[in-house]
Design a protein around this ligand. Sequence first.
Ligand code: FRU
Length: 505
Amino acid sequence: MSSDRLKKAREYERVFGEEISWEERPLFHVTPTVGWLNDPNGFSLYKGEIHLFYQYHPYGTQWGSMHWGHLKSRDFIRWERLPAALAPEREYDRNGCFSGSAVELPDGRHLLMYTGVSGEREGRARQTQCIALGDGLNYQSFSGNPVLTGENLPEGGSAEDFRDPKIWWDEEEKRFFAVAVNRTSDTSGAVLLFGSRDGMRWEYLATVDRCRNEYGKMWECPDMFELDGMELLLVSPMEMQAKGLEFHSGNEVIGLMGRYEKETYSFRREKVVPVDLGLDFYAPQTLLMPDGRRIMIAWMQSWESSRFCPEGAKWFGMLTIPRELRIIDGRLIQNPVRELEAYRIHPVIYREQKISGASESGKREGRIRFPGIEGRILDMTVRIRLEKGCRRFTVYFAEDARYYTALTYWPGENILHLDRTWSGLRYNIVNQRKLRVREKNGELKLRFILDRFSAEIFVNDGEQALSACLYTPGKARGISFEADGCAVIDIEKYEIRDFSAAGNM
Ligand code: FRU
C-alpha cells in the first residue's frame, strides 16, 4: 500500500519523467527519473538483479525533501527505471529518507536500511536508522522503527549527525553488520560498527575509526569491506583542507586502508588514499558480486558544485560508471565494469602516431586530429610515449571552435592537469585539478569514458581516476592532441552502442 507522499511522487515522476527525451540524458550513466539526485543508495543484488536507489527530490533540480529513487539492471550499463521506493512520510523520517543501503534477506525480502530524519526539536533534527522491507518494487516500513537511535551511540556521539548505514551479511559469523557515521565530541566524524542477527534488532559493537579533525570534519557515507587481503574503509569527509596534490578542499572521498580483526572489531589504519582525483565525485557505495568483484558507484558531483544546475535542465545529478575495485601493490585500482566492453562498437585504431609542434597554448592550429576520433559517447584509450625534451602533451575533448576540456601532462613535474574552464560552464566553481602520475615503461596510458555530460578518465589501468561533469553543448564533439616537443601515441576508440531507443533508462 503506497502512502500519499509516495503515491504523489510516483505519479509526478511518471508524468514528468516521460517528458525528458533520450538525448537530454547520458546514455549509460544513471540520472534521476526527474528532478534532483545525490548519493547512490541500496546498491545490492536482489533475486539475481542489480538494484540501485538514489537520494531523490523529484520536484526540483535542487536538494529537497529526500525520497529514494529506484532502478535495476542486469549488467550495470542498461538500467530500468522503477517507481520511487521511499518517501518521507512517517514521524521518524518526515524530514527526509537519507542515505542507506540494502540486502536480500534469507526469507526473500529486500531490506532497505536508511537514515530517517525526524522533525526538529529545539531546532535540532534527529537522525535515526530505519528499515523498510519489500519485494523489489514496493516497500513497507518496519513496525519496530527506528532500529538505531541516539540511545545506541557511544558517549559523546551526536544524535543529530548519525547517518548513512551500510549493511552487509557476514556468512562466517552468520550475522548482519552495518557501519554508520556519527559526529563525536571533538566535533569531527567517526565510523561506528553495529551488529544484528536478523537485520532488525541492532546493537552497537565498536568505533572502527575516527577522524580526530584530521581528515575534514564530519564524515559521511561509510562503506567497509575486505579487498585483496586488506580492509578498505571508504568515507566522504566534509570540510577537508587541501593537502599537497593528494587531497583537495571541501567534500572529498578517502580510502582508509588497513587491517581488521574480526574478533575484536578493531581496525588498524595503515594508509589513507584519495579515491577520485577529478572534480565531481562523492558518497560512493559498493556491491560485492557473486563472482567476487567489488563494484563501486558514486555521485558524480560534489556539494560545492551542485548548486549550479544548467539552465532549463529537467534533471540534475548523475552517478559514475560502476567501477571494479582492486588493491594491487598497496594501491587502490579502479576500472569501469567490464560489462561496458560488450557495448563497444566501431573501433577506430591508430598506432605509432607522431604528435609534434604545438603552437602557442590555447590556439587550435597546433592540435592534431584523426579521422574517426571524435564524439561525446565513447570509450577511448590513448597511450602516450614522450620523446626526449617534450615539455607538454595535451588531449582536448568535447571540443569545437568555442569550447574544450583539456587534459595536459607535464612530464617535468609528473603532473596531469584536468581543466574544464572553457567547457561552457557559466559559474566560477572549481574547474581544474592537478595530480601526480607516473609513467610505466616509458608510457602514460589514459582511458576516457565520455557520456554526453561527463568525462571519467582512468590513468594507467585504473591507478588513478578523475571524474568531471561537462556542461558543454553536445555539438562540441572534437578530440585533438598537441605536444610541445614530440610524442608518439596509440589510440583505440570505440563508440558505445546506442540502446536508448530500445526502451529503458
Ligand atoms: C551525503 C549526504 C548524506 C545524507 C544525504 C542526504 O551526500 O549528505 O550524509 O544521508 O547526503 O541527502
